[in-house]
Design a protein around this ligand. Sequence first.
Ligand code: IFM
Length: 444
Amino acid sequence: MPQGFLAFPQGFRWGTATAAHQVEGYNTNNQWWQWEQQPGRIVNGDTSGIACNWWRNAEADFDWMVTLAQNAHRLSVEWSRIEPREGHFDEAALERYRAMVRALRERGIEPMITLHHFTNPIWLEEQRCWLRADRIVPLFRRFVERVVRALGDLCDLWCTINEPNVYAVMSYFGGRMPPGLTDMGSAITVMQNLLVAHAAAYEAIHAIQPRARVGLAHHMRYFQGLRPHLFLDALVARVIDGIFNESLLLALLRGRWHWMLWRGAPVSARKLRATLDWIGLNYYTRQRIAFDHTGGQALFGTLVNTPGVIMSDYDFGEIFPEGLRYFLRKLARYRLPIFITENGLPDADDDLRPMFIVRHLRALWEALQAGCDVRGYYHWSLVDNFEWNEGWRMRFGLIAMDWRTQQRTPRQSAFLYRDVARANALTPEIVQAYTPELFSQVFA
Ligand code: IFM
């Protein structure tokens, strides 16, 4: 490799990530569909509707992946399609997923399958099963076994749960996702049950498929005090970091879960230990915290933006690639393979995304040089898709999509990412072509 190339390891996975409800369309049998129908829940009154039409024709976008030189894709399966009624499994739905995963394989794209990505069948939601370990653990385990038996000959890379911390906090404390609760105690219970359900799934998958590689996608935010001279800002940021970022890793890697006395924990924390074969990192942004003596949003902290920085289309969308390098180096201490299971930004006019990608890939490359065992990078996302409460307003795709017409138009970033994947490197030519203003920084 000529000098000046930022080369990535041979066999590095270059992919994108999606979630069933955000792309498939007409997932009418889950709690999100119900939530979307309630006035005021989703920005502009949007609904997922046909989404990206993947249930009927994901293959058209798989062709785009080939065009964009990708060799990996992370997708999820929709529990409400596979088990529309409790204990009733839909073989046709499983067959459709088999066809999708086969179609990826035929195109030389390695699948990673997520088994839970925010959505639940309505029957499960109505019984508030995630609040009850005695219900959710056996139900999730049975569902996982069914999926692994159906798809195991086509996939051995499993992501049990997407962002347990986000799901627990946003759905049971923040009130922003269904069921819309605002109760800290419920959020802790759900978090605990997610961990136990993950451990049960880990065991079940390995029992069926001994060679399986099982992990989960963990969302980490770089929390930092707003005012450098204020000890209390830093303290609150540290506490939130410990709860949101670290506690899950300590539980699943070291068997330490400080909340285990919480409302009659269903298993000993030791049972959670060593239940990851790899760590998935979903990294997006830095979040500043200001101490607030009146209580703030949580734990005496209020979330604020760093003054004067460039933001993505999100209100809290600071672009902070240093955070990616920081977390990779932190995760490397656990001595497991790492996948960046999500990284991206909403940027409808694509004026920031090329810079975002190049700077994050540079940070990733530095982490690799420092010895971090990162195996792949999955950009969020391939095509603009249904962004939960934000509806269709937030545009995360390498490819722009008008959801009404289903018309796809690749953004400039798609070609940048294609060129990196093809070269398996960030080359001077690529940086010069797409982000010349970064050339001296990237190749410093
Ligand atoms: O769209 C979501 C995804 O479902 C989970 N991680 C963050 C993404 C962007 O907000």
